[in-house]
Design a protein around this ligand. Structure first.
Ligand code: HEC
Length: 191
């Protein structure tokens, strides 16, 4: 009986301690900073990523050494050379399978739709605010160019449109996107 009483008292005090720690049901905002139990962990000598390095006077995040490239990166052979890019062969020529189109659609909706629009008509949500309107990707001009030419625009940009090579490091993503654009063109022509 005595043992049971002790156990009961212990559980009640444990419950009390728990509610005290959590501050009841509602979390409260504290104006005082937390008590630092292990002080070395918060105030250490390492420079924080977004901080300022007081020794060198530079930003805490350093730029990678010159010539650094992302893993799997291949330099583009036709930089600044659209005619050369247009000769590239599409490894998925005419492949409008669900897998390829799903990948291309994901990339299109992530990177291109804002300007070129859902159907590729050049009427994306930000197009209205742009001085130089994005041209449609379903125009006769783009229907008529080679897959390589579209791939080149994605990889190297064109005029005011920047390159998307860093957003799509994997070449497969860019070719799948070319095929998705082909499917938008077919849709427009009702094919
Ligand atoms: C910020 C808006 C914007 C985004 C995002 C964008 N583009 Fe463009 N795009 C443009 C503009 C503007 C042009 C015209 C550039 C020029 O010729 O000066 C253009 C041109 C093009 C052309 C050539 C059209 C023609 O008639 O010459 C193609 C193809 C194209 N973009 C595809 C894409 C693809 C694919 C993506 C996604 C990876 C994309 N664009 C993302 C604005 C954009």
């Amino acid at each position: 009986m005595k043992r049971q009483m002790i156990l009961l008292t212990l559980s009640i005090s444990a419950l009390g301690l728990f509610t005290a720690c959590t501050g009841g049901s509602r979390p409260t905002l504290h104006s005082e900073p937390n008590v630092e139990l292990v002080q070395d962990m918060m105030d250490q000598k390492a420079i924080k990523a977004q901080d300022y390095d007081h020794v060198t006077g530079e930003a805490g995040s350093r730029l990678p050494p010159a010539g650094t490239v992302p893993q799997g990166y291949k330099p583009y052979a036709f930089k600044g050379n659209p005619a050369g890019g247009a000769t590239l062969k599409n490894p998925f020529t005419g492949d409008l399978s669900p897998e390829v189109l799903a990948l291309g659609q994901k990339k299109y909706e992530t990177y291109c739709l804002v300007c070129h629009g859902v159907t590729g008509a050049g009427d994306g949500p930000v197009a209205a605010k742009m001085a130089l309107k994005p041209p449609p990707v379903t125009s006769d001009k783009i229907i008529g160019v080679s897959d390589g030419a579209i791939y080149h625009i994605i990889t190297d940009g064109q005029g005011v449109m920047s390159s998307y090579a860093y957003q799509m490091v994997d070449e497969k993503d860019r070719w799948a996107l070319v095929n998705y654009i082909r499917s938008l063109q077919k849709l427009k022509r009702g094919q």
